[in-house]
Write a protein that binds this ligand. Sequence first.
Ligand code: 13P
Ligand code: SF4
Length: 305
Amino acid sequence: MEQEQLKQRIKKLVKERNALLMAHNYQRDEIQEIADITGDSLALSMEAAKTDKQVIVFCGVHFMAESAAILAPEKTVLLPREDAGCPMADMITADQLREFKAQHPGATVVTYVNSTAAVKAESDICCTSSNAVNVARSLDADQLLMVPDRNLGRYIAKHVPEKDCICWEGYCPTHDRLRVEEIVQAKAKYPEALFMAHPECTPEILELADHICSTSGMYEFAKQNPAQTFIVGTENGILWRLKKENPDKEFIMPSRSLVCPNMKLTSLEDILTCLQTMEPRITVPEDVRAQAKLTLDRMLAVPRY
Ligand code: 13P
Ligand code: SF4
């Protein structure tokens, strides 16, 4: 089927099913184009909880759809590709976290939202890439266990030096691959450009950044900053909206490897099939969901400063 025809059929079914089509900022362009909402992982989950639509089609990766199911258990949450996982989220299991806690009794567990529901349920509080530093500062604890992302953990440790941060050795294979030489080359070629980086990048890369922020933070930064050229230190799906919202500005990808294969799994065909079959549905066992929700609620209660 032609792409345009597929898009029309999806839009029609979205209406018939009284569904909301959500796409993460890293999804393929053609999916972001027809989504009702695009956004970062947590913003989408919060929208899922707020909407009066009964069906959420979540184009993203597994932990994101799970977060929507945690926050909105009464809704039907569909993930068009159930095999779209996040390797970083799978780098720690609930058993491994229990073991980690046993090794550091009394420490407070701060868990990045890129984690499974079972891991969230074993944690004290969640954080996202945009509020991680505030969350860490808000805690009345001397020692923090940061899971699963070592890079986000080190970034927090740098900005919250008064706390002892012990990081789990997880990482995002996509962001972790970005190399210092690639940034140095891009900066040499575009000396006027500002470099914005996601905190999932390594500390050496973050040292070179003019601005460190979440995916949605990049939209804000690019729009508000008068600079004309930006080097983009995150997954390439972000370009679609950056270019759309800033047609007169230039966005440079410093590396060809900034592609998350899991984020690119979902196709228009998958979305159509998912709307036709109302599968695969993402659910979380109630005991795990209730515990995991507490950790998200604690995070949402942290003042934004
Ligand atoms: P955001 O929460 O910034 O959207 O990031 C999610 C993610 O998977 C980054 O790799
Ligand atoms: Fe996970 Fe990295 Fe892909 Fe984000 S970009 S979904 S952290 S593997």
